[in-house]
Design a protein around this ligand. Sequence first.
Ligand code: GUN
Ligand code: ZN
Length: 446
Amino acid sequence: MSLLGLQAFRARILHFTDMPDAVTQAGVEYFEDGVLLLENGRVKKVASAQAFADDGFDLRECEHFPEHLIMPGFIDSHVHYPQTDVIASYGNQLLDWLNQFTFPTELQFAEPEFAAIAAEQFLQLLLENGTTTAMVYTTVFAQSTEAFFSAAAKKNLRMIAGKVMMDRNAPAGLLDTPESSEHDNRQIIERWHQQGRLHYALTPRFAPTSSPEQLAVTGKLYRDYSDLYLQTHLSENHQEIAWIKQLFPNARDYLDVYDSFGLLGPRSIFGHGIHLSDVELNRLAETQSGIAFCPTSNLFLGSGLLDVARIEAAKIPLSIATDVGGGTSFSLLRTLAEAYKILQLQGQKLHPLKGLYMATLGNARALHLDSHIGNFAPGKEADFVVLNLSPTPLQLSRHKKTSCLADTLFALMTLGDEHNIARTYIMGKLAFSRSARAQGDLQWLI
Ligand code: GUN
Ligand code: ZN
């Protein structure tokens, strides 16, 4: 229905208004038979189909998915677009993995056409996985960042991204300088930051690959522009931490390296943070800097188990992320399944309501995007997914035995992946349809 810019979708609908309480269900809004009404690509109203009918709304106007579940689009707080083909690289932990697989792959992005094709493919993979927003590392090549923003703008996606800065301890072809990275950053920020749905994140890769001079430039840029983000890696791997001690002998600890250049704050997202001291934890909390929890990556690279309860007790903003290609799946559902297991190994729990909250409103809050996305509050941008709860014989069988909403969602979170994503919508516009693609119809491409 496009009359007056209105669209209506009828299905099961789940979204969160706050961090859910699994017992009282506070923070959870669920309609077994609901309607999501949009106006000009934004949410106008969400309620039960009965409530809409009682208001005189003709339910025949709805696009109806009786067996499906509609949820807000998933948000990935840490992912590398050049690493799509690095996924499943055998045998190494972080530093050797970077040298053997990641750096050689990222060198290919010097070629603008290669970068443009990769950006397009990456965004398509996100949409196929129900991910509508992400915080993205590009490469050291400014044109790869340009390619990413161009592709995201064309699809009208809400994205955060930045040019990787590294001026040492990587192959010569992948290095910039403090001066060139300052120049490139300023150009890209002025061209793309806050343009439409796009945001810029300063992206020093991690302290070992940036000189003190480059980190100082990063701090200057962070102060010079408003509403920038900052993303980097922190305390992921024991060898990495030992290297930091050699490279920055005067720093109190790993976090202090970033702190001493003014890189902490509520818009700073640190990937991993697995092996932090209490002092580092307190400093993250004091500055409200965020941690991106990357379960599949932490397991795949053998980095360690994030003590989520400790991070939460310290009141550090926590988000969930795939970290492809250290991570092994673009699917936030698979990511939550691995998060659950990491918590299990430490005697902790991840309730499915909380997991799905994290992948939607929780990540939107952690990235300060919750005034735009994350749930179906009126006025929000209508980025959403239509989930098939039983796309495989196994899931169908398990789904038939579910006893309540939490059980349905736990089966989805544990067994689900991209095959559960039937459709993805961006501001009300169909951006991916699994059935259309299966029929070879490419019209769904936006
Ligand atoms: N630390 C520095 N660079 C990277 C990267 O590309 N992936 C991961 N997982 N950790 C890093
Ligand atoms: Zn990463």
